[in-house]
Ligand binder design. Structure first.
Ligand SMILES: NC(=O)c1ccc[n+]([C@@H]2O[C@H](COP(=O)([O-])OP(=O)(O)OC[C@H]3O[C@@H](n4cnc5c(N)ncnc54)[C@H](O)[C@@H]3O)[C@@H](O)[C@H]2O)c1
Length: 337
């Protein structure tokens, strides 16, 4: 029987805990090392999953003889250096999004990443959501003909703490980044970004100099148009919807609830339980599928998708959107340059 991939987990915060659960859930992976300078967090995960190797130093994990791959789930400013160390050591890495907030730092690593055979995966988990992946398969198989319009609606249930907003890089780099990648799932070659940012409801976000809502229009190289609608709040829960319109049809993926039971009475029809609260619930299976795909790429010796260049492309689009919204202009982009 093939041995499981021994994973070193770097960072044991919100998303690190999700990855630890996925590693434990998959037969093809085992949690071998845990690293976090916040040692209590690392110890808690190690105890929960029976892991013997705990450290405050990510470098120790990357250098460990008994690690086959790492997951980088530490804060964004640590990603590029950890990816560089993983590339130097030839250790496959699944890195959380965004790859960084500074495109210059990403570009400094780009050549090394391109020249390396070490698998690097980017944590754009939504590509692995079964609903969106199904929709993508149908588009790829020609079910709706040539794609003309993609509509992405993505609204968080509630705004993050202002302290987080201040260091987040802004709505486009922090939140829309997932939607930029979803846009490129269907229209890889984006050539122009037009964005508007709005302050509709949050004084805290306004004072932090950020937007609490945004609308972005992307133009594809083949004339496709992608529209992204974001809000930092949604009274009815996590709002994640997708529509792709082609010259021979249309596909829709709507929100997901915990139950498909519908209530019909004199006052209401098609009543159902609220949508799943946030990403931890909505994308739990997607995170597992993402890890499975990473393992498959390691075993097959191929580069995972989405990978380093996809992480970079999403950041290029986010930077262009920020500029477009601030300056009121459409911004041309060349993702291959
Ligand atoms: N894909 C997604 O859906 C998703 C969701 C949430 C967060 N994220 C991304 O994951 C990353 C982490 O976010 P989070 O919400 O889990 O943050 P968090 O603050 O909850 O956790 C980060 C953890 O990393 C630890 N850490 C700090 N420096 C470290 C280092 N050098 N080595 C190892 N550990 C270190 C911290 O002590 C903390 O425990 C961010 O880049 C974020 O954008 C992705």
């Amino acid at each position: 029987m093939t041995q499981p991939i021994r994973v070193g987990l770097i960072g044991t915060g919100r998303i690190g805990q999700v990855h630890a659960a996925s590693i434990a859930a998959l037969p093809e992976t085992t949690l071998q090392w845990v690293a976090d300078p916040f040692i209590a967090g690392a110890n808690a995960i190690a105890e929960q999953y029976g892991v013997a190797n705990v450290t405050t130093d990510a470098a120790e994990v990357i250098a460990a003889e008994d690690v086959d791959a790492i997951i980088i789930a530490s804060p964004t400013p640590t990603h590029v250096d950890l990816l560089g160390a993983a590339l130097d050591a030839g250790v496959p890495a699944l890195c959380e999004k965004p790859i960084d907030l500074d495109i210059a730092r990403v570009d400094a690593l780009r050549e090394k990443a391109a020249a390396s055979a070490t698998p690097i995966a980017l944590g754009f988990n939504r590509r692995f959501d079964t609903h969106f992946a199904d929709l993508h398969r149908l588009v790829r198989d020609g079910a709706i003909g040539k794609v003309e319009q993609v509509t992405i609606i993505s609204r968080d249930p509630a705004e993050p703490p202002v302290e987080y907003v201040k260091v987040s890089g802004g709505i486009f780099r922090d939140m829309t980044i997932h939607d930029f990648d979803m846009a490129r799932f269907f229209v890889p070659e984006i050539v122009e970004v037009t964005a508007r940012g709005f302050n509709q409801f949050s004084e805290g976000i306004r004072e932090a100099g950020d937007f609490d809502a945004a609308v972005v229009t992307l133009r594809g190289a083949g004339g496709e148009v992608v529209t992204i609608t974001n809000s930092r709040h949604s009274s009815y829960g996590y709002d994640q919807r997708l529509e792709v319109f082609g010259d021979a049809g249309m596909l829709q993926a709507s929100n997901v609830g915990d139950s498909n039971v519908r209530l019909y009475t004199a006052e209401t029809v098609e009543g159902q339980a609220p949508y799943q609260t946030f990403f931890l619930e909505r994308y739990a299976a997607a995170y597992r599928n993402e890890l499975s795909a990473f393992v498959a790429a390691i075993r097959e010796g191929v580069q995972p998708s989405p990978g380093f260049e996809d992480g970079r492309a999403a950041l290029v689009l986010a930077d262009a959107a920020e500029r477009s919204a601030r300056e009121g202009v459409s911004v041309p982009v060349d993702l291959s340059a």
